[in-house]
Design a protein around this ligand. Structure first.
Ligand SMILES: Cc1cc2nc3c(=O)[nH]c(=O)nc-3n(C[C@H](O)[C@H](O)[C@H](O)COP(=O)(O)OP(=O)(O)OC[C@H]3O[C@@H](n4cnc5c(N)ncnc54)[C@H](O)[C@@H]3O)c2cc1C
Length: 449
């Protein structure tokens, strides 16, 4: 049986496997550049870990909640290129940091990074000024990646609260712990983020933005195929010639392609392409093996009848905890995400070490730390999500600063997604940035698309 939507005789400039942020961005950019692409998504939903689900009338994220939205952001550009509105409620600056000695409200206290550092130093003005100057210098002349950001901080100050602050900051905003991020990458991230950074939350859910983008992609002649599982990337004579796909209700079939772009993560891409023998570049495999670090994350979403925090509708970052890193109350930002009287909260946690053996215990501790921070307030809570993200659906496929390139040893096979983000970027911005990089290479004629 062949599909009404595509047949083996269809020719595509590129086949993209996976409709996460990376795959959707690549499809949108190539379509805007006049290419015809086929985007395959194994589920019925678009956006992967940047989507949402409706559960008992509550709109809950599949992962990302804080999305970069400035005009220069890689997440935003594909929408602008196709004239699609990226619907967001802006949260820029609405950050609250909790340390042992109190809360710091960026929006009201102001001062940006300088104010935040001064708060952590808690009255030691000379210490704060010295560290702030060191940050500015390191953003100009980025330090080496040979040591971690924790090593760098240890050299600059013995202050424990500063380290607690930046542990929370790194885990919440970069998806990786203080002791896991190379120092250089931390400051590249700071530099990238300082360029007019804006971020927000999608009021109708991330999936709604992805659906709008998909409609525009299809209106320009490309195709988005759901319930379409890529079972194999076919490699012949050192090149990718197409993919073997199983669409629900149809026979498995081969779809030829000039270029194959995988949004399944660098490790899964190798498996789909028949294994490591097709990736016969020792340097590539050595880089993959040198830091086989995925970054797991915990997601807890729950309903209470009153918000845990009164009078604050931004993002709370925790520096007084081991695992709990982040809390947002989406119902306060956009009341339509939950029925009246049901307040949706979304908390994230990170394992204290990405390579931890016991994710289950650390998820339980995330919950315990939530209760400790809001004593008695979770008593009647109804939990909607209590998830450990690892394996094929981690917080990020690789640690910040340990990314794979978007190119592979197979010349017309590329990766997009959060396993191969450009320097200084992570998460949705990094995944979208990887697509920007792939399309730039293709448009420069580095591949036959
Ligand atoms: C709990 C959590 C919270 C997060 N919070 C934030 C945040 O606030 N801000 C932020 O920027 N980032 C955040 N992130 C990270 C962000 O969600 C991810 O980095 C980003 O969405 C990953 O995009 P991706 O392009 O790698 O694709 P993915 O989201 O991994 O999507 C890949 C897609 O490919 C499909 N697929 C896989 N295999 C196949 C196959 N064989 N055939 C067909 N389709 C296939 C999958 O179904 C999926 O839809 C968070 C992540 C998690 C888990």
């Amino acid at each position: 049986m062949t599909s009404a939507a595509t047949s083996t005789t269809d020719r595509w400039d590129a086949v993209i496997i996976g409709a996460g942020m990376g795959g959707m961005s690549a499809a949108a950019r190539l379509t805007a550049a006049g290419r015809r692409v086929l985007l395959l998504e194994k589920s019925g939903h678009l956006g992967g870990r940047c989507s949402h689900r409706e559960r008992d009338g509550v709109r809950v994220t599949t992962g990302a909640i804080m999305i970069p939205m400035a005009a220069h952001n890689a997440t935003r550009e594909p929408f602008d290129l196709l004239g699609v509105l990226l619907e967001m409620i802006e949260l820029t600056g609405r950050m609250r940091y909790r340390l042992q000695h109190g809360d710091f409200d960026q929006a009201t206290a102001g001062g940006g990074l300088r104010g935040l550092i001064a708060f952590a130093f808690n009255g030691d003005e000379a210490g704060a000024a010295k560290l702030f100057d060191a940050f500015i210098a390191a953003m100009k002349t980025v330090p080496s990646d040979d040591h971690t950001f924790k090593d760098w901080l240890d050299r600059e100050t013995p202050n424990a609260e500063v380290k607690n602050l930046f542990q929370g900051f790194c885990a919440a905003l970069m998806g990786t712990n203080l002791h896991e991020i190379p120092a250089g990458e931390f400051f590249r991230f700071m530099r990238y983020s300082s360029r007019g950074s804006r971020f927000g939350m999608a009021p109708a859910g991330n999936g709604a933005n992805m659906e709008a983008l998909a409609a525009a992609i299809e209106a320009r002649g490309s195709k988005v195929l759901r319930h379409a599982v890529c079972n194999r990337i076919v490699v012949e004579d050192g090149r990718a010639t197409g993919v073997v796909v199983k669409v629900a209700g149809e026979d498995e079939r081969f779809i030829p392609a000039e270029v194959v772009i995988s949004n399944t993560g660098p490790v899964r891409t190798i498996e789909l392409a028949g294994g490591r023998e097709h990736f016969a570049d020792p340097a590539y495999l050595a880089r993959l093996d040198a830091s086989p670090h995925e970054a797991p994350i915990f997601h807890i979403s729950f309903i209470t009848d009153k918000p845990l925090i009164e009078g604050f509708d931004g993002c709370m970052v925790f520096g007084n905890t081991r695992n709990l890193i982040y809390l947002e109350i989406p119902s306060l930002i956009s009341p339509g995400v939950s029925p009246p009287g049901q307040v949706l909260h979304t908390a994230f946690g990170a394992p204290s070490d990405a390579a931890t053996a016991d994710l289950k215990a650390e998820l339980q501790n995330t919950l315990a730390e939530l209760e400790a921070n809001f004593p008695g307030q979770l008593a009647g809570a109804r939990f909607i999500v209590n998830a450990r993200h690892s394996g094929q659906s981690p917080g990020m496929h690789r640690w910040a600063g340990h990314m794979m390139p978007v190119t592979t040893p197979i010349p017309n096979l590329f990766n997009v997604g959060d396993g191969c983000t450009p320097p200084g970027t992570i998460g949705t911005e990094g995944a979208a940035g990887s697509a920007r990089e792939v399309v730039r290479l293709l448009e420069q004629g580095k591949s036959p698309c």
